[in-house]
Design a protein around this ligand. Structure first.
Ligand SMILES: Nc1ncnc2c1ncn2[C@@H]1O[C@H](COP(=O)(O)OS(=O)(=O)O)[C@@H](OP(=O)(O)O)[C@H]1O
Length: 502
């Protein structure tokens, strides 16, 4: 932990130096370019360090293993065949977990005195249909057959298959984004098929354990222990510990400038699969706007969607954010070993809050310090995806629109045997909610949105294509018809309808 802390501090100091224009000689050329606001050539994306994420993940896991005194519970017999044995948590250590209130606990009712006991070795059914019995009742996932030149499909299977193995009281699957990308439906489909939290826990889509990132990896791990500590198959269902908190990908609530949430999560759950459902940015903005308009309080949401977007576009076109934006959008900073992208991201967001508040103050008197939602920045997916891939080698990505067309594609993506159910798992409010005229966008703003998303979407497409060749699951394939293949948001024609709330 001291090592991580020192590394974070070092990143912070170097980032601060860069922000103020002081650089080390070896990075001065790129910073010079940054400050001139020049974009990297697109070809540079292809030159992104092809650092195998597994190295990062295993390094992170190694460091946590030595740091965390408390061993994790093994949920699946298959892990017993590993050379390293995982011990169940001691009863007293569990008590200390439970006695420490966390932010997450306040979100739902949790039993404070719950003791975590190790599940019976054979109680958890392996999810993998290829699992075979090994030894006395323990189950193991068969390693993929060795192939000399794996096809992308075969490689992606290899990447994804480990999802089917529960590896302790930590999530096997994290649906990390995007909010409004269809994550509730994806979660509901999985929760219908699998036991997702332990029986004493209320089923909850967004566990939010990573919100504790400021308190370190151990706090995150302890939070998961509450949900998954006693996770066992209830016989009718197989086990798949899931955390589906869709704004993890851009760390909505962390404000942990010098901490990389994916890095911390990789220390806690290095073998987790990270799923992203990426919705076309403008549809996402529209959906987000309606969501906040109708069911969320505590944010300063005024005016129509167009007015909100206008504000953000004006901000993004100013010269000061441009420099930050270029650093952020290109994920250029991530390519330097001494730079933390999250620093630029949070700075950018903070500046937006400040600027938008000033815009609003000029128009009306009653502006307070409520948070202001950004509809554009968080849909610039590329830098986020990039940093997540640096920490995890099991990442699956699907275009939301592709998922909406046929939700059973989720089973394919995750290599889970197909479910026959064709139920609509959408939240009732999502099913009943329709947009009203306040989400209409003029041609002028659509054109400007197209421009602002051109660069991030192009980078995303290039990067996804690279990931695909590296064997990551990307659905649909980057070559086929998708909004990211188009390079620009599709800006589909949109009919105004009456708002009805269920
Ligand atoms: N099958 C299917 N077909 C079409 N649209 C679908 C489907 N499943 C989910 N959705 C739409 O996804 C939006 C909700 O996304 P999330 O569940 O990720 O939202 S949230 O972030 O958890 O609040 C929400 O979008 P909007 O209706 O545009 O707001 C849902 O309607």
């Amino acid at each position: 932990l001291i090592g991580i802390y020192l590394q974070e501090q070092r990143d912070a100091i170097v980032s601060a130096f860069k922000t103020f224009g002081f650089t080390r000689p070896d990075t001065s050329a790129s910073l010079q370019a940054d400050q001139e606001g020049k974009f990297l050539q697109l070809t540079d994306v292809e030159d992104f360090p092809n650092k195998p994420a597994s190295t990062a993940a295993s390094k992170a896991s190694r460091s946590l293993r030595s740091d965390l005194a408390k061993p994790v519970t093994n949920l699946d017999g298959s892990t017993r065949s590993r050379s390293k044995r995982v011990k169940p948590p001691a009863a007293d250590s569990t008590a200390s977990v439970d006695s420490r209130p966390t932010k997450v606990r306040t979100q739902g009712s949790r039993s404070k005195s719950k003791r975590v006991t190790p599940p019976a070795a054979d109680s958890t059914a392996s999810v993998d249909s290829t699992a075979t019995k090994e030894g006395s009742g323990s189950r193991a996932v068969q390693p993929p057959a060795a192939d000399s030149s794996p096809s992308p499909a075969a490689t992606s299977m290899r990447k994804i298959r480990p999802i089917l193995r529960a590896a302790g009281p930590v999530p096997s699957l994290v649906i990390a984004g995007a909010d409004k990308g269809g994550t509730s439906e994806a979660y509901a489909m999985l929760a219908r098929e699998f036991q997702v939290v332990d029986k004493g826990q209320e089923e909850k889509k967004e566990l939010g354990c990573l919100y504790l990132v400021m308190h370190g990896a151990q706090a995150v791990q302890q939070c998961y222990l509450q949900y998954f500590g006693q996770l066992q198959s209830n016989m009718s269902k197989k086990v798949l510990p899931i955390d589906a908190t869709p704004n993890y990908y851009y760390s909505n609530q962390f404000y942990a400038r010098y901490i990389s949430p994916p890095k911390i999560l990789a220390q806690v759950a290095p073998s987790a699969t990270i799923l992203f459902l990426l919705r076309e940015p403008v549809s996402r903005a529209r959906s987000l706007y309606n969501h906040f308009l109708i069911s969320v309080t505590g944010y300063d949401l005024t005016g129509t969607l167009e007015e909100q977007l206008e504000e953000e576009l004006v901000f993004l076109n100013r010269s000061a954010p441009q420099t930050l934006l270029n650093l952020f959008v290109d994920a250029r900073c991530v390519q330097q070993t001494d730079c933390n992208m999250w620093h630029y991201w949070h700075k950018l967001r903070e500046k937006y809050q400040e600027t938008a508040r000033n815009f609003r103050r000029n128009r009306r008197k009653d502006v307070d310090n409520k948070r202001i939602i950004s509809f554009i920045l968080s849909s610039m997916y590329f830098p986020f995806i990039y940093t997540w891939v640096q920490s995890f080698d099991r990442v699956a990505l699907m275009e939301s629109e592709y998922f909406f067309q046929d939700t059973s594609r989720l089973w394919q993506l995750l290599q889970i045997p197909r479910s026959e159910s064709s139920e609509d798992y959408r939240r009732p409010e999502n099913r009943a909610l329709t947009y009203d005229a306040t989400s209409q966008l003029s041609d002028g703003i659509q054109k400007r949105l197209k421009q602002v998303f051109h660069r991030p979407n192009t980078l995303l497409r290039k990067y996804l294509s690279k990931l695909e060749t590296r064997g990551f699951s990307v659905f649909p394939s980057v070559g086929s018809n998708s909004w990211w293949a188009a390079g620009d948001p599709l800006l589909r024609p949109h009919k105004a309808r009456k708002v009805t709330v269920a």
